[in-house]
Design a protein around this ligand. Structure first.
Ligand code: TXA
Ligand code: MG
Length: 334
């Protein structure tokens, strides 16, 4: 199969919708990362997503809809908190786990009694869903285990020959995936930190939101948590955020380059660059938002150039939580 890349516009979106309605898969931009979409009501179509990505079939997919009606169609029950958030926010990098409707096939939910639903905040994604007239099931459009794609080129390099079409909408603005939160219990629980901050969730809902931690030796609540994720082809050394960070980065670099005789580069926020005293580095911007937007691209761009990427965590707040989560998983996956 040849994989076409088309700039996302009215014409290419119509073509993409026709493919999805015919049971095919199409990669499309969202505000978080690129997704690989298929008809969420067709088990056959959804199986093609798993095949193209090499994704384990027990890892459920997010159903993308264009508005609140779409959440009602995918869910058996819409909890008041979800309604409040969806009304307040509209499209957002936030995924709601709710009780599933019978219309959603087992292939999407991996047989769970719940379904993940999200309204993506990207005009091309919304236009595609509307043009399909269907809910669109879509995981991130990477090969399973690889860093998520934030450009059409990233998708192409993983899935060339495995899907018919990639809609190119440029670089994703958020750069890390949506926040996945479970709304089926008394208190909302974040299963995966992401583009939507916990602090903002708590502010809108006026309640405390918990963050889920996989129990020691137990089964994780979100199947995706048990798989290897985001791993680039090289080693990652994580330096914890702290006072004297530039000193720790220099040490980690010298240890790689001088002691272990490896090629290395530091990925850091711009402010630390001037204190690295000539060591090779790439700046991931000034803010946590900029760092999150740049992370996956930086991993992909440098994985084949260096033996080791040295990167520091951010303060554990806002989108920094998502950045830290992806970085630590990427490091663990190698
Ligand atoms: O930003 C995003 O969320 C992107 C874009 C394309 O929307 N999508 C994405 O999908 O990151 P994916 O498949 O890479 O990650 C979805 C996560 C997985 O960890 C999966 O296990 C979890 O959501 N998930 C899906 N359905 C679930 C459910 N019913 N219960 C618990 N976790 C679920
Ligand atoms: Mg993914």
């Amino acid at each position: 199969m040849t994989t076409e890349i088309l700039k996302a516009d009215e014409q290419s979106i119509r073509k993409a919708a026709a493919l999805i309605k015919a049971g095919e898969t199409v990669a499309f931009p969202t505000e978080t990362v690129y997704g690989l979409g298929a008809d969420a009501l067709s088990a056959e179509a959804v199986k093609r997503i798993f095949a193209a990505k090499g994704r384990p079939s027990d890892n459920p997919l997010i159903v993308h809809v264009s508005g609140i009606e779409g959440i009602y169609a995918a869910a058996r029950e819409v909890p008041p908190a979800v309604l409040k958030l969806a009304k307040n926010l509209g499209p957002a990098p936030l995924t709601y786990i709710v009780k599933r409707s019978d219309k959603i096939p087992d292939a999407v939910t991996a047989g769970l009694d719940t379904v993940a639903v999200r309204i993506p905040a990207h005009p091309a994604a919304l236009a595609l869903i509307r043009e399909c007239g269907l809910p669109v099931a879509a995981p991130s459009a990477n090969s399973s285990g690889r860093p998520s794609p934030t450009t059409a080129e990233h998708v192409f390099s993983d899935l060339n020959g495995r899907i018919p079409l990639i809609l190119d909408g440029g670089v994703c603005g958020v750069g890390v995936e949506s926040t996945v939160a479970d709304f089926t219990g008394k208190v909302p629980v974040i299963l995966r930190p992401g583009g939507f901050p916990k602090e903002k969730l708590e502010e809108i809902l006026g309640t405390v939101v918990r963050i889920y931690r996989v129990p020691e030796g137990g089964q994780p609540k979100s199947p995706g948590l048990k798989y290897r994720h985001y791993a680039p082809r090289c080693r990652i050394v994580v330096v914890p955020y702290s006072e004297g960070l530039a000193f720790s980065l220099r040490n980690a670099y010298d240890n790689c380059v001088q002691t272990m005789n490896e090629s290395a580069i530091i990925l850091c926020q711009s402010v630390y660059g001037r204190d690295l005293e000539g060591r090779r580095f790439i700046a991931l911007g000034d803010t946590a938002k900029e760092a999150a937007k740049a992370l996956f691209g930086a991993l992909r761009q440098n994985e084949d150039k260096y033996g080791t990427l040295i990167c520091h965590t951010l303060p554990e707040e806002g989108i920094g939580r998502a950045f830290n989560d992806r970085l630590l998983r990427a490091a663990a996956g190698h």
